[in-house]
Design a binder for this molecule. Structure first.
Ligand SMILES: Nc1nc2c(ncn2[C@@H]2O[C@H](COP(=O)(O)OP(=O)(O)OP(=O)(O)O)[C@@H](O)[C@H]2O)c(=O)[nH]1
Ligand SMILES: [Mg+2]
Length: 354
């Protein structure tokens, strides 16, 4: 049996096996095996070529528009950024990623229009794998459907999932330390629904027979496998329903934003939601002995002093001595901090270099 057949067989068996305490361990092993085989199949495909079209990240964050052909992705890009991505009333007008820049509240947000994605993309249909690889770089994904194809939201989410992209999910709280001997030692800080034997069975499926595993959430089989593989990306998302001008009474799914890119309807709401979801913070720089700069530096929440250094100059990280911070991230004003210090919105920062 070749890998693809084996994958089919496993998927079939997982579908047919009812999930309960008695089958949990078995399903855990099957899912682990399935994920491993999919990884191998992916590697084989990569060897057989397929040129990548990566996006060069620019600005303070990158947003990618993802949707079926002809839903209006290029029209949206053009309306938001003034880019000139080709628009056509036929499928696959856009053949490679096209970037544009949106400036909003001081942030420079790169928006990227990628070719249409569809069912089977994760298996390589319609250059799907290259498109998925490009999408993985995004800081935010905007899923675009039009008023006639609302059901494609689920298809797109499934393809992204199969492509290793986890939407609106936090990374699993699992730390795995492999060791040479001593068996598997599983510890958790919260009560677990999964049996320890299921967890160990999954780890062994990945040839992890010795080591310490610390679990800090009530983990599922799928999230445990994601943690072991470690190659998933976790990206927030927004869903947009376009062409609302053609069918104003359509029932909009929960939390989705109805727009008309052509008529300009509701684009302000979309832009505000993009800005909000990107979770920016503003940090004000103060040169040593100088005055606080008026223009803030825009960073993502969770950013550290190191990220500021990188934005300032490529040698800054190397030449960094220490920094002083005034604001919410420190206990007292003018506190001296290191390069790993995490900043907060509104902080003032002075960097001292060698
Ligand atoms: N009525 C209406 N038509 C729209 C709207 N947005 C886009 N269109 C039309 O829909 C068609 C497809 O638009 P594109 O922007 O090329 O779609 P796309 O998603 O980039 O398509 P591909 O590049 O093929 O993946 C064009 O004829 C657009 O003029 C809208 O809000 N309302
Ligand atoms: Mg297009």
């Amino acid at each position: 049996m070749d890998i693809l057949q084996e994958i089919k067989r496993l998927e079939e068996e997982i579908r047919k096996t009812p999930y309960n305490k008695a089958t949990e361990h078995h399903i855990g092993r099957l899912k682990a095996k399935l994920a491993r085989l999919k990884g191998e199949a992916e590697k084989q495909r990569k060897k057989t070529g397929g040129e990548q079209f990566a996006i060069k990240k620019e600005g303070d964050a990158t947003v990618v528009l993802v949707g079926y052909p002809s839903v209006g992705k290029s029209t949206i890009l053009n309306a938001l950024t003034g880019a000139k991505s080709e628009v056509g009333d036929y499928d696959f007008t856009t053949l490679k990623p096209v970037p544009g820049m949106l400036e909003y509240k001081g942030a420079r947000i790169q928006i990227v229009d990628v070719p249409g994605l569809m069912e089977g993309a994760s298996k390589g249909r319609g250059r799907g794998r290259e498109i998925l690889a490009a999408i993985r770089n995004a800081d935010l994904i905007v899923i675009v459907v039009d008023v006639f194809t609302l059901h494609n939201v689920d298809v797109l989410k499934r393809e992204l999932y199969e492509g290793g992209i986890r939407l609106d999910e936090r990374p699993p709280e699992v730390i795995i330390k492999k060791r040479a001997t001593g068996g598997l030692n599983v510890k958790s800080t919260v009560p677990l629904s999964l049996d320890e034997e299921t967890i160990k069975g999954i780890l062994r499926e990945y040839k992890i027979h010795n080591g310490d595993v610390l679990i800090r959430e009530d983990i599922t089989i799928d999230r445990l496998i994601d943690a072991i593989l470690g190659n998933r990306v976790y990206i927030p998302s927004i869903t947009v329903v376009n062409k609302i001008d053609l069918y104003p009474d359509v029932e909009i799914p929960d939390k989705a934003i109805p727009i008309s890119a052509e008529k300009g309807t509701n684009l302000d709401v979309l832009v505000e939601e993009i800005y909000r979801k990107l979770d920016f913070i503003r940090v004000f720089l103060k040169p040593p002995g100088g005055k606080v700069e008026e223009e803030p530096m825009i960073l993502r929440r969770g950013a550290r002093v190191e990220d500021v250094c990188r934005k300032l100059h490529r040698d800054m990280v190397e030449n960094f001595k220490y920094a002083k911070v005034w604001g919410k991230s420190v206990k007292f004003d003018g506190q001296r901090v290191g390069i790993d210090h995490q900043l907060e919105d509104g902080d003032v920062l002075t960097i001292y270099a060698k």
